[in-house]
Design a binder for this molecule. Structure first.
Ligand SMILES: [Zn+2]
Ligand SMILES: [Zn+2]
Length: 522
């Protein structure tokens, strides 16, 4: 048997156990507990190695830094938060005018024409937007922005996320003010080069009908509506607090979505003759739950470009329209709601993504996911400055002071010689790494799929490069992760870790339970 540590995929507990038992000589016997403990450690180390490999390969990429590097992220977050201010102010005015009083996330009844809502009737409709087909990872947002902003009328540049199936290229949109002559703008930008890379710009055509997504009808059950209401409240608190934190120094209104929505919803309930404080019976009523939930889902979409049923957010309106669409409705149950295995898996994945946003992992949980502990990093850095004089006597090599134990020297070095172990850099790098690990939508080197020496793609997974995630369709992943049985084509003794696999889900692929997305960009 091959040593699990030497394989580039995660083995099952059974394989791991068999390996250790086969290796043990007659006298040595591993108990189940011992093996379990080693297996947990093995999994944690495996994830750590996987994350490190991806992190090392991409830590200099612009798209990676603006997502995860503490400083770059803070600057980006400030910019994105500023853009949310006018959206917030607009929402507040609309809310007070009653525009959201009847908002519903239920799939409209068939035949009323709402599912295929025309964006506009004029096919020559001018969007004042140019579309950039491909942007290599070597050319960062700032350079491209500087370049595009030389054209009069430039308003903003919006980029998609880096696409792992396209060598981490992105695409983007350049928005111009309404009085801009778009042909001139196009002429000025098209075929221009940055670093020998030639950019192609097209006039942006929004699709003639906005795509609509449908979430599973299980989302229409009272239990789920109740749970989703609680989660949507937590999300609003989290996302608003993020904006308020980023804009703490700016003269802008504080975001207080939860308070505003509660006030509006109370007046709506009173108008309907219900008690806004709620009672046992009232609380469980489906129309009441939907009134409360849907106004919150509308808030998350309008201000944060966060789609609850996708479980993720976008940075720009253009990307949001592309990835989710105009609507993400709950499917209407046809008779009794059937809770299939794939629906259960989809919900588990959604709940996990949402929880990672409202309640990011820290401490031991983060380490289990393969994240780093700052304390351990500091300790490792300190060890080279510690000399063991004799048992119970340790010296700080930086100032010769003596201590009774190693742990005391570590603490001493951290406090007295922070520069010697570069505490500032360690803090920043650990945060950088952990921000990546904590992202529920992170890309990573696939955990599974390749036997040593096997050609990429030979498993029929369609990986064109082992570094790329994002190519498996969700149904395939659910098949692998959810039911405890190895998926078709998996190497023997191998089972995907659902948590790992889920991170391959790309918004570009329609989520399970969704209507197929007619995406004109892919
Ligand atoms: Zn969505
Ligand atoms: Zn010292």
């Amino acid at each position: 048997m091959v040593d699990p540590e030497k394989l580039d995929y995660m083995v099952t507990l059974k394989y791991f156990t068999d390996y250790y038992r086969s290796k043990a000589s007659g006298s040595k016997h591993y108990s189940s507990d011992e093996i379990d403990e080693r297996y947990q450690e093995y999994k944690q180390n495996f994830r750590g190695r996987q994350h490190t490999a991806f992190f090392t390969a991409h830590q200099e990429d612009d798209w990676f830094r603006e997502k995860y590097h503490p400083k770059a992220r803070a600057a980006r977050l400030h910019h994105l938060s500023m853009a949310k201010v006018p959206r917030y102010e607009h929402f507040v005015r609309q809310l007070e005018a009653g525009a959201f009083d009847n908002v519903s996330m239920d799939e409209p009844p068939k035949g009323d024409g709402e599912t295929a809502e025309p964006v506009q009737n004029n096919p020559d409709h001018e969007t004042h937007t140019l579309f950039i087909k491909t942007i290599p990872p070597s050319i960062g947002r700032q350079r491209l922005e500087e370049f595009c902003s030389t054209v009069p009328g430039f308003q903003y540049l919006a980029l998609t996320e880096a696409n792992p199936t396209k060598k981490f290229h992105r695409f983007g949109w350049v928005k111009f003010s309404p009085n801009t002559d778009m042909d001139t703008a196009h002429q000025q930008l098209d075929r221009a080069k940055i670093d020998e890379f030639q950019f192609h710009f097209n006039h942006h055509q929004p699709s003639s009908t906005q795509q609509t997504r449908l979430a599973s009808d299980i989302c229409n059950t009272p239990e789920r509506l109740t749970k989703d209401l609680a989660t949507s409240k937590a999300l609003i608190e989290t996302l608003d607090a993020e904006v308020n934190g980023a804009l703490a120094e700016d003269v802008v209104p504080r975001f207080e979505g939860e308070r505003l929505l509660e006030v509006r919803e109370a007046s709506l309930l009173i108008a309907r003759g219900e008690n806004p404080e709620g009672g046992e019976a009232d609380d469980a009523s489906v129309p009441r739950l939907k009134l409360q939930l849907d106004i919150r889902l509308a808030y998350l979409r309008a201000i944060h470009y966060f789609c609850y049923y996708c479980g993720s957010e976008c940075e720009s309106a253009e990307d949001f329209a592309r990835k989710c669409g105009a609507h993400h409705y709950r499917r209407q149950p046809q008779g009794a709601v059937h809770k299939s295995q794939s629906t259960t898996n989809w919900l588990a994945g959604l709940d996990e993504r949402l929880a990672m946003r409202t309640d990011p992992s820290t401490g031991a949980e983060l380490e289990r996911m393969g994240g780093k502990s700052l304390d351990k990093e500091l300790e490792a850095m300190s060890l080279k400055h510690i000399e063991k004089v004799e048992e119970g006597k340790y010296r700080c090599a930086l100032c010769s002071k003596l201590f009774k134990g190693e742990a005391f020297v570590v603490k001493h070095i951290r406090n007295k010689h922070p520069d010697a172990i570069q505490v500032g850099d360690l803090e920043e790098n650990t945060a950088f790494f952990n921000n990546y690990v904590r992202d529920s939508r992170r890309y990573q080197t696939p955990a599974t799929g390749m036997l040593p020496g096997q050609l990429p793609g030979a498993m029929g997974y369609g990986f064109s490069n082992p570094m790329m995630g994002g190519m498996m369709n969700p149904a395939m992943m659910m098949n692998m992760g959810g039911n405890g049985a190895p998926g078709r084509g998996m190497p023997p003794g191998m089972r995907a870790d659902p948590r790992q696999m889920r991170s391959y889900v790309d918004l570009d692929a329609p989520a399970e339970g969704d209507m197929g997305a007619d995406n004109n960009f892919l």
